[in-house]
Ligand binder design. Structure first.
Ligand code: ADP
Length: 166
């Protein structure tokens, strides 16, 4: 049984993330989406929202049965080991992602030689897409429908509505 962990901030989940989730779920027997409790990177969406959004998307917009969502903090390799997983899944959008990702992957392998990182190259239609771009568009009331799974679009707008009304 190969268990994979797909870690990230998912602030919020985008179509690019969903594409990687679907493809990685076909590779691993079980896939755990590890949602990072950001300590140094402040997220716009709460940990609870980020986890709930992903769970809703998996339930309502896919037929995947081998994917679970969990929050984690601390060292990624510790979380991976505690879950009995041996694969870390990451997405590569462009060369700019590569240098950073390579360093982290090598570091994680050094920390635990039983853990390997598998990279999925992004599907071309999502290569420009990031959570930060979605946040930027949503903050100005722009159309985020092409970029985030349908079932969370309203929740993302609602969040920015509540931020604006503070
Ligand atoms: P992090 O803060 O760890 O970068 P993100 O939520 O931004 O977390 O991204 C999590 C993972 O998903 C990373 O491996 C990132 O490269 C990948 N990813 C993000 N957006 C896309 C996309 N549009 N296509 C493919 N992979 C993506």
């Amino acid at each position: 049984m190969k268990t994979g962990v797909y870690p990230g901030s998912f602030d919020p989940i985008t179509m690019g993330h969903l594409d990687i989730i679907i493809r990685a779920a076909g590779l691993a027997d079980n896939l755990i989406i590890g949602v990072l409790k950001n300590t140094n990177k402040k997220s716009v969406f709460s940990l609870e929202d980020r986890v709930n959004f992903i769970e809703r998307v998996i339930r309502e917009e896919t037929s995947l049965t081998n994917v679970t969502v969990e929050a984690f903090d601390g060292l990624l390799v510790d979380f991976v080991r505690n879950k009995g997983a041996s694969l870390i899944i990451r997405g590569l959008r462009a060369v700019t992602d590569f240098e950073y990702e390579l360093q982290i992957a090598q570091m994680n392998h050094k920390l635990d030689s039983g853990v390997d990182t598998v990279f999925f190259t992004t599907s071309v239609e999502y290569s420009y897409l990031s959570s930060s771009a979605v946040r930027e568009i949503a903050s100005f009331g722009g159309d985020i429908r092409p970029f985030v799974p349908k079932c969370i679009v309203q929740s993302v707008y609602d969040k920015y509505k509540s931020i604006r009304s503070v």
